[in-house]
Design a protein around this ligand. Sequence first.
Ligand code: NAP
Length: 295
Amino acid sequence: MTATLIDGKAIAAELSLTIADAVKRVTAQHGIEPGLAVVLVGDNPASEIYVRSKTAKTAATNMRSMLYKLPASASEAELLEVVERLNQDPTVHGILVQLPLPPQIDSRKVIEAISAAKDVDGFHPLTAGLLSTGLPGIVPCTPLACIMLAKKMHGSLAGMEAVVIGRSNIVGKPLAQLLLMENATVTIAHSKTRDLPGVCRRADLVFAAVGQPEMVRGDWIKPGATVIDVGINRVPDGNGKSKLVGDVAFDEGAQVAGAITPVPGGVGPMTIACLMLNTLTAACAQNGIEAPSIR
Ligand code: NAP
């Protein structure tokens, strides 16, 4: 491997310590204990793991963690009632409804029901609108994590050629907006993009958010480029078990890239740290105090 490994786990651990200190100060000075409510519907094993790590990290960063569990059979109305109760609760500063939701529940309706001020995932249409018009607001966690990791390597992204593969509302599109704000030159690629390998080879920064295991090959990457792999894909490991891989063929990419994130241990842990940052920021905004400058 010739590329520098961008150790998301270590960078997230450092960020979490900074957040934990900042939370302590906010609590001591203003008497506010930032609180994050996580709502889990059903018993999807992957969701349970994600929720466990989010609640543990909330407590580890000195914030109040609240977990609401609903059965897989819960109706949309029941979930909307929980969300409304949390919207009204002044001790709850952030609300996260773990996705995916069971088929009888319309995720879009639930996301729109969350108060935009408490939308720490950053999925609400109002949050997306603020981001795309450059107004202050919550920044979605995964795109924010990607930017922070890229800036760890480069300081400034100004003038760099960035290719984002994927145009979802939760990763690709907001990530492209953030890159524009960083003055990168941005291309958004997707399933209808012609000559995707050729488009990628132009990039100084490649962000893969596709959901296709190891789709981005080594010869798609410009030598020396920085590769941020958002993908989380579970695949058979050849020994009857399974393993996690990203959207980039890591071993190939690491021979060509200048720097690359691993999966697991790259964007994933940084996303959770950014969720903590968003909860602190939301708690400060809801109480009319300036959020500590951390990014
Ligand atoms: P998504 O909603 O399924 O979007 C996938 C995007 O990839 C779409 O825009 C799709 O294009 C594009 N795409 C699919 N196949 C393609 C192909 N063969 N060539 C080019 N583009 C292709 O997924 P998502 O929610 O953005 O998530 C993407 C990945 O990131 C998943 O693996 C997910 O698990 C992971 N993820 C990780 C984190 C984290 O914390 N690390 C957070 C969120 C998501 P079209 O629009 O044309 O269909």
